[in-house]
Write a new protein. Structure first.
Length: 129
């Protein structure tokens, strides 16, 4: 029951932030990464912080800074290019489910998915009271 209440509160925080945000929303995310082209599966990550700033259109995290590309009733999508040797070599893209807090992030290079994928679950750190 506590988990259901927490998920509902998380969803309300993200929904409240959509069109009328005046403050960024801070999240803590936990989960793992894995390599899609090898036997490495479910490597746990240390907690990742994430700040969603709807007004600035940015998602900032310990994984990098991303532009918000789309906001719907159920998802926040974001993306950012990454560079190697001063040139754009590919893109990060990801999304957060506004109801469950599930977050995924993948990298593409030369139009192929790079072998590292992050799968996290995020919870708000902002109190509702």
């Amino acid at each position: 029951m506590f988990r259901d209440v927490h998920v509902a509160i998380f969803g309300l925080c993200l929904l409240a932030g959509s069109a009328y945000a005046t403050e960024p929303i801070t999240l803590v995310c936990r989960g793992s990464w894995w390599a899609t082209e090898s036997d490495i599966r479910g490597q746990e990550l240390p907690d990742q912080s994430m700040i969603i700033n709807f007004d600035a259109g940015k998602v900032s995290s310990s994984l990098g800074e991303f532009d918000i590309t789309s906001v719907t009733d159920t998802k926040i999508l974001f993306a950012a290019p990454f560079q190697e040797s001063g040139k754009v070599a590919g893109h990060f893209s990801g999304g957060i489910d506004r109801i469950s807090g599930a977050m995924s992030l993948a990298m593409t290079r030369d139009f192929k998915t790079y072998p590292i994928v992050y799968q996290l679950v995020c919870k708000t750190t902002r109190a509702m009271f």
